[in-house]
Structure formats: C-alpha cells, structure tokens
Design a protein around this ligand. Sequence first.
Ligand code: Y43
Ligand code: MG
Length: 197
Amino acid sequence: MTVKPRLLFATTNKGKLRELRGLVGDAVEVVSLSDLPPVPEPAEDGATFEENAVMKARAYADATGLLTLADDSGLCVDALDGRPGVQSARYAPGDDRARYEKLLTELTGVPDEKRTASFRCALALVRPGGGEAKVEVGQCNGRIGHAPKGSHGFGYDPVFILPGGDRALAELTPEEKSAISHRGKAFQKMKPHLLGL
Ligand SMILES: O=c1nc[nH]c2c1ncn2[C@H]1C[C@H](O)[C@@H](COP(=O)(O)OP(=O)(O)OP(=O)(O)O)O1
Ligand SMILES: [Mg+2]
C-alpha cells in the first residue's frame, strides 16, 4: 500500500483552498490551517509574489513540521502601473467587494482598451527543516470590467473579464476557472514536484 503524501496548503483564504483541493484531486492528502492549532500569520512584505510565497511556505513549514505549499497572488492593472499587485489583499480595508469597488472607482473613465490586467500567482513548496523552495508561477490575462458580475470564485473575479468576449472570471465554474487561471497554470507546473516526492 502506498501512503499518500500529506501536504499543508498554508493559506487563510478559503477561495484559494477550495481551488487547490479541486486541482490536487485525491493524489495528495491536503491539510489546511484550520486542521491545525493556530500558527501566527507570517509577514508578506516581499517585493514580489515569488518572495512572499516562499516566506509564507517557509514560515508555516517551520511552524508545523509539514511539507507546505503557499500561494501569493494578486491582480496587476496596466493603467495603474501594475497596482494593486502584491498589495492586492491590502488594497482597501474590508472585504473583497470593497476592494473591487475601489478598483472600479480608480478606473472610472478609463476606456476598455486601457483596462488590461493580469492575475499572477506564485506557488512555493517547502519541506520542513530547510532546503530549497520550489517556486512556480502562472498568469491569466484579461481586462477590468465596468460592473461586477458572476457569483463563482472569490476576490476580484467579478470584475475580471476574459479575452475574446465579455465573460467575467466569476461566471466560470470552478473547473473552467482552474483550466485557465494563474493558479491552475502554476499548479500544473508544480504538480511533478508534488507527486515526485
Ligand atoms: O483567483 C483569484 N481571483 C480573484 N482574486 C484573486 C485571485 N487570486 C488572488 N486574488 C486576490 C485576492 C486577494 O485580494 C489577493 C491575494 O492576496 P494573498 O496575500 O496572496 O492572499 P490572502 O491574503 O487572501 O491569503 P493568504 O495570504 O493567507 O494565502 O489577490
Ligand atoms: Mg495574504
């Protein structure tokens, strides 16, 4: 009998956790932070998604002794010189809605062709006790809409419009989103590292 590898997906974000569970399937036993005694939240003050993902994965691996995967992600808007970027979770106080409403307000009057944006995701895999982190990234291009729509997903999904139409990411099923998303793409690259344990 083979024992499934146990993996801590170290995120406080329920939307990310749900998507990762869908991506992993049943090849790996996923443990979440809510299955463990509380661990202090690590800083996320790096300059890049990659740096932050490694910081989070290392902090949680050290605190729990588990093989750990962390995700740092966000939305980069061209008309805002890449903001909110690594600050996406802290762009406005309150909830996801407060943040995408602020984004729509900042982009008032900006025409469609200048509303291009990309979601970026860095995943970092770290073993407890040190060693190199494995890092993989993914990107999903689109543009910012003018009003929220759709009820799937999380975060900025209701205002992110996919190329070649007028569909928001929040209008996709979880499977459809993961097939094209920044997180899905980063995960497909990470998969061999996870399964080749
Ligand atoms: O697929 C996505 N669809 C919509 N929005 C998304 C997505 N992926 C990231 N985002 C947004 C949510 C949050 O505003 C920020 C991530 O911030 P980030 O620090 O990586 O995550 P977080 O603080 O929510 O949880 P944690 O750090 O515990 O993993 O970008
Ligand atoms: Mg965070």
